[in-house]
Design a protein around this ligand. Structure first.
Ligand code: GTP
Ligand code: MG
Length: 328
């Protein structure tokens, strides 16, 4: 299919065209990569969604939460796309489609689009493809894009780096509630949401919420935050309690950030960061392509103590620059 045709169909809101476009974006084949870049250019600047990052450990209720919130948003006439960043490919589909039953209702709705995490063990590659998929979903006219990640390693940071608002989902704790949540993740969360605040778990959820509220107050105030953000809240995704209040918080924060200019600054910084990463990755690819053996030789010399790391790196880079200058 012609890329121009595919682009037109994506803009027209055809979900199958969107799925095809994302498949192109996720492909590692060089011709697909080139087509994906052309597609991205054709769709650039079309549509703008609210991008919400959502992170939480396995079993905390992400799928249930997305299903409940998603249905609520569809009820408001909004179109909702769900993407995932999960570099642990053994679990990838698992985080979204493996437990299909939990998002079964949402996945059947006309206004919803759900896409599992692209395969890949390397977070950088997965994150890059998800970012490009976000752009395609925006061009397809989605109003809300939920980007889910399992709370492992650096994936939260990657998701926060492509989101406007970041939500950390937690389960009610049983004592040392604050343990296990890395401080860095608290620092990037806009809303810390304790799920499962229902039945027997309700009191524990309220306690956990109070603990986090206390901990959040101790964090350094971030530029661009209104009073009271980051905020801790309780919800029950299963019983659909607290989601309307949470949504109101998200919208209020969106409004505040748009009006203060923080929104535009963040988007600009994210675009710049994405560009820089693309250049860096491109250079690294080029390095391993053009300087494979020389790179290994230099690394061996450094490891054997025959050359210092700094001098060896300088020599290799000079050589690459010379060869590049010779039209290599
Ligand atoms: N009581 C209660 N249980 C919930 C709630 N939300 C989710 N659960 C249950 O918690 C379990 C895990 O829910 P999921 O939505 O699959 O959790 P997840 O975070 O998507 O899990 P992974 O996909 O494995 O990372 C299921 O048995 C849900 O029914 C809630 O609000 N209250
Ligand atoms: Mg899930």
């Amino acid at each position: 299919m012609e890329i121009a045709d595919l682009a037109a169909r994506i803009v027209a809101g055809e979900r199958r065209a969107l799925a095809r476009g994302i498949t192109l974006v996720e492909s590692a084949r060089a011709d697909h990569r080139a087509a994906a870049l052309t597609l991205g250019e054709k769709l650039s600047g079309r549509g703008e969604a609210l991008r919400i990052g959502l992170s939480g450990t396995p079993g905390v209720g992400k799928s249930t939460f997305i299903e409940s919130l998603g249905m609520q948003l569809l009820g408001e006439g909004l179109r909702v796309a769900v993407l995932a960043v999960d570099p642990t490919s053994a679990r990838s589909g698992g985080s979204i489609l493996g437990d299909k039953s939990r998002m079964e209702k949402l996945s059947r709705q006309d206004g919803a689009f759900i896409r599992p995490s692209p395969a890949g063990r390397e977070l950088g590659g997965v994150a890059r493809r998800t970012r490009e998929s976000v752009a395609l979903c925006e061009a397809a006219g989605f109003d809300i894009i939920l980007i889910e990640t399992v709370g492992v390693g650096q994936s939260e940071t990657a998701v926060a780096g492509m989101s406007d608002i970041f939500v950390l989902l937690l389960a009610p704790g049983g004592g040392d509630e604050l343990q296990g949540v890395k401080r860095g993740i608290m620092e990037i969360a806009d809303l810390v949401v304790i799920n499962k605040a229902d039945g027997d778990l309700a009191p524990a959820a309220r306690r956990t919420c109070a603990d986090y509220a206390g901990a959040l107050r101790l964090l350094r105030r971030r530029a661009g935050d209104p009073e009271g953000i980051p905020k801790a809240m309780t919800v029950s995704a299963l019983e659909d309690v607290g989601l309307a209040a949470l949504w109101a918080e998200i919208r209020a924060l969106e409004r505040f950030r748009r009006e203060s200019g923080h929104w535009a600054r963040t988007r600009a910084a994210q675009a710049r960061g994405w560009f820089e990463e693309e250049v860096r990755r491109g250079l690294l690819d080029q390095l391993s392509r053009d300087a494979g053996p020389a790179f290994e030789d230099a690394a061996d010399r450094v490891a054997a103590g025959r050359e210092t790391p700094g001098a060896a790196a300088r020599r290799l880079l000079n050589r690459l620059a010379r060869e590049g200058g010779n039209g290599a």
